[in-house]
Design a protein around this ligand. Structure first.
Ligand code: OAD
Length: 285
C-alpha cells in the first residue's frame, strides 16, 4: 500500500501517513537514511534543480567538471568559495539535528548524503556526547565535502576551512607537497564516486529494513539507485519531499512536506520512546 500526503499546513504532515511512516521506521532495526539538497533548504542552502536551484542559470559543465577546472580554475574556485561562505553562514536545521540524534542513539542507522555542505556533520558534532560518537555516526558523504581539498596533481586530500582568494590563478591554494593547484574535494560530473563510500552505501541499502529518503530529486546516479536497491531488498521506503520524485514509486509512504518540519515530527517520538503513536507536533530542534 502506498500512502501519500499532499497537505502543507503549518502543523507538518497529516497524522495518518505520518503515524504509518513512524511505525515502519520503528519496526525496522537497520535503516538507511538518504538525503539530498532539500534537507538543507530550511537552513538557507539552495537546491540544485527547480525554480531557485543552482543549475537554473548556471551550466554544470562550466563549474563542476574536471575540464572546467583545467580551463578556468579561478572561476571554479570563485563559485565554490561562494558556496563555502554560504554553507558557513547557515546552521543545521531540525531535520539535520534529529537525524543526527537518531544516528548517535541507533548504531544500525546509516546516513548517506549527497550534500557537500557539512551541515549533517555539524549537527552531529552538536548532539554527540564525544568525538568517538561523532566518528561512529559519521555520514557517508557520497559527493564529497566543500571544506576539504584534493590536489589536482598528486591527489592528496586535506581539510580546508580558510577563505580561498580567487582573484587570480596565482592566489589559488596549492599543494604543499607537489605545488599543483588544490581543488575542492567534491565529485564532479564525469567523475567516479569513491569506491569505498559507494560500497558502504550500497551495503547499507542491501541490508536495510527501512529506508528514509529526504529532500532529493533522486535523479543523479548512483545515489538515486540506493532507494530502489533498498526497496528491492525488502526495505520499507519512506520519502519526505514536497514534490513527487522517482523514489516516490518505491515509497510505501510519501510525506509531501518540508524536511525541517517532517523529520522532527517523525523521529522525535521514536527517540523519546513514544514509537508508533500518533501526534503531528512538528516544531523545531
Ligand atoms: P536537487 O536540487 O536535485 O533536489 C532537491 C530536492 O529537494 C527536490 O526534489 C525538492 O523537491 C526537494 N526539496 C526542496 N525543498 C525541500 C524541503 N524544504 N524539504 C524537503 N525537500 C525539499 O538536489 P539533490 O537531489 O541533492 O551533485 O541533487 C543531487 C545531486 O545533483 C547533488 O548532490 C549535486 C547535484 O548536481 C553533485 O554536485 C555531484
Amino acid at each position: 500500500m502506498h500512502e501519500t500526503t499532499s497537505d502543507r499546513d503549518d502543523d507538518g504532515p497529516p497524522g495518518g501517513a505520518l503515524a504509518r511512516a513512524r511505525a515502519l521506521l520503528d519496526e525496522a532495526r537497520r535503516v538507511l537514511v538518504l538525503t539530498g539538497a532539500g534537507v538543507s533548504a530550511a537552513s538557507g542552502m539552495p537546491t540544485f534543480r527547480g525554480e531557485d536551484g543552482l543549475w537554473k542559470d548556471r551550466r554544470p559543465e562550466e563549474l563542476a567538471t574536471p575540464e572546467a577546472f583545467a580551463r578556468d580554475p579561478r572561476a571554479v574556485w570563485e563559485w565554490y568559495g561562494w558556496r563555502r561562505r554560504m554553507a558557513r553562514e547557515c546552521d543545521p536545521n531540525p531535520a539535520h539535528l534529529w537525524i543526527a540524534r537518531w544516528c548517535v542513539s541507533h548504531p544500525d542507522v546509516t546516513l548517506v548524503t549527497q550534500n557537500v555542505d557539512s551541515l549533517h556533520r555539524r549537527a552531529l558534532e552538536s548532539v554527540a556526547p564525544d568525538a568517538a560518537a561523532v566518528e561512529r555516526a559519521s555520514p557517508v558523504e557520497l559527493h564529497g565535502d566543500l571544506f576539504r581539498v584534493r590536489c589536482a596533481g598528486c591527489g592528496r586530500r586535506a581539510p580546508h576551512e580558510a577563505e580561498v582568494d580567487a582573484t587570480s590563478r596565482e592566489t589559488l591554494p596549492r599543494c604543499q607537497r607537489c605545488g599543483e593547484l588544490l581543488r575542492p574535494d567534491v565529485v564532479w560530473f564525469g567523475e567516479s564516486l569513491e569506491a569505498e563510500m559507494l560500497e558502504a552505501a550500497f551495503a547499507a541499502a542491501e541490508r536495510a529494513e527501512a529506508c528514509l529518503v529526504v529532500g532529493t530529486s533522486a535523479v543523479v546516479q548512483p545515489a538515486a539507485s540506493l532507494a530502489t536497491t533498498a526497496a528491492g531488498a525488502g526495505a520499507a521506503v519512506v520519502e519526505i519531499n514536497p514534490e513527487t520524485t522517482p523514489a516516490s514509486r518505491v515509497a510505501e509512504v510519501s510525506l509531501r512536506a518540508d524536511a525541517a518540519r517532517a523529520v522532527p515530527a517523525l523521529l522525535r517520538p521514536l527517540l523519546e520512546g513514544d514509537g508508533g503513536s500518533g501526534g503531528s507536533g512538528a516544531e523545531g530542534a
